[in-house]
Design a protein around this ligand. Sequence first.
Ligand code: DC
Length: 220
Amino acid sequence: MNIPVITIDGPSASGKGTVAQLVAAKLGFHYLDSGALYRIVALAAQQRNIAWSDALAVTACAKTLDIQFSNDRVFLNDIDVSDGIRTEAIGKGASQVAVHASLRAALLDLQRSFLKAPGLVGDGRDMGTVIFADAPLKIFLTASTETRAQRRYQQLLGKNQPANFEEILQDLTERDARDKGRASAPLAMAEDAILLETDNLTISAAVDAILQHFHHKIYE
Ligand code: DC
């Protein structure tokens, strides 16, 4: 039996995490937050004094990790790292370790193991282009850099964390360039993906649009 997959790819702060989780919840599907895996690897490397640029050591480190998702929390070797992986610094590290083809290969089977009945929503950068390349529905969710920086800025303020708009804008621009420019599985819209620009779209409108596309795919 073919288990349905919806892939949702896009740049940082495009809202895809929130949208993907809501789509998964509405359909009762499993959810893969692939960015969390790269974040965990960045965190583990940092804890072991491994440079994010060291492909061999980062990949070897990743292979030793026990990563578990449970009730919206993520555990690294039985320690809850859900908050620890969400910092701006670890986000930057994730984007740096993610350039290594050997690491991406090491995380392939783990990502595909999330595909279980009744279905999966995969959120990331290469879900539709590499990991689930034959997914029946692929979405590319994006927004302008300014909109995304503004969202990230408001998010940090909401959490009472220090936030500087210009710095956030620059970080996002750098991260986009690295994610799009790397040789291995760069951030790109799959040829058969549907583009959703969220600058003027609410979260619930984006979720509804994806659910509609999914129903069309199933009943077409
Ligand atoms: O979605 P996120 O911000 O949690 O992702 C963090 C970094 O991980 C992102 O900058 C690039 C990398 N990443 C990736 O290369 N491939 C994925 N499928 C998901 C994330």
